[in-house]
Ligand binder design. Sequence first.
Ligand code: UD1
Length: 430
Amino acid sequence: MDKIFIQGGVPLHGTVESSGAKNAALPLLAASILADGPVVYHRIPHLLDITTMMTLIAWQGAEVTYDDQHCLHIDSRKANKPQAPYDLVKTMRASSLVLGPLVARFGHARVSLPGGCAIGARPIDLHLRGLEAMGASVSMEHGDVVVDAGGRLHGAKIDFSQVTVTGTENLMMAATLAKGTTVLENAAREPEVVNLADTLRQLGADIEGDGTSRIVIYGVERIHGGEVHVIADRIETATYLAAGLITGGDVTVSHTDPRLLAAFLEKITEAGAIVDCTVDSIRCRVNGRLRACDIKTMPHPGFPTDLQAQFMALMCTAEGNSVIAETIFENRFMHVQELLRMGAGITLDGHFASIHGIPQLSGAPVMATDLRASASLVLAGLAAKGETILSRVYHIDRGYERIEEKLGSLGARIERRNETGNSRGAMIYG
Ligand code: UD1
């Protein structure tokens, strides 16, 4: 298994390009199941989770081809297996995104219960209640969710008791081919939901209200193929900006969109970062240490839970005491134990973490526990004195494209090695 070795304490400088957003690309890929023509995707990131989704859709019978330019072609017309087996879904919760499209197209589906990051219970009950409201029956058989609509789904009014991103996306896709109108209340407003709605419209769907908490989908008989684009990865963008800040450097992320990151940029500005934005780039730097400030994770447009761990790494070396409240997921503080091993001053109390900033962390062997937690450990390692060795890096490969190469281009001393000690991949000490 690969490990990432980091020699910390080097300020990062330069410009790095944002990749396409994993969390936007995944539902877009699932949407191909609905289309009765080929869909061409641009800006698909090379990531483990994307490979998993491609493999799943190909397993269902679709033709899937990926070129080296982040361009992907999917023709789902020959798909004939409305299923998602355990072996393909166990590593990725987002595989449940195929459920809505499969039921909409085939009238029934059998999908194994998803795995993915171990951050809390993460049920999909709201997805299933929504499909029931649209006329499907739902049962559990041998660990699989079996959904049967006995034909075409029908439109329904669905009021989510809790904001769910993939739940909103799943039901938006299901409703696209349903008979009649579906109204999603308390829907997620994340930019990735808007990217999906834009894509579906481009393919012939009739959707309005995305970006607000009330989305209306007027079901259509069919949607066609087309050419679609994935938005910039706001979480990756913020992670590289945080890498610049935590090392006292000066980093610009290009090909991104500052509008997607308002809550994060507001908080780092409050913490003392100097932020300069153009229409598609963000530059961040800081004079001296950041100042402590508090955050509370919330659905969009609030502070994203997917940046909580990275923000905590920043607060570990900020001046003063801060409090982080995690309101979206239980058990999303698994990085804390690892940060403590690097000398951080953190105490946990339920959904709250109190952080006492110290001038410098110290490098240590640490273990990645989930995708964004592993990003926080890389950030901590970049700032720490000495060597940090991160194991279980497959977590980070689920969501960060060529992370050691991108950080290396900014001057980070970071290297990936496999178990036998050989270094692999592109270059490293920059
Ligand atoms: C998506 C993102 C993930 C992000 C999360 C919150 C993708 C592929 N993943 O995950 O990176 O951290 O949004 O922004 O886009 N819940 C239920 N029942 C359900 C569905 C959700 O109780 O049926 C709860 C969850 O346990 C959680 C909360 O709702 O506490 C939000 O989860 P949700 O928005 O669904 O997260 P995901 O869509 O899985």
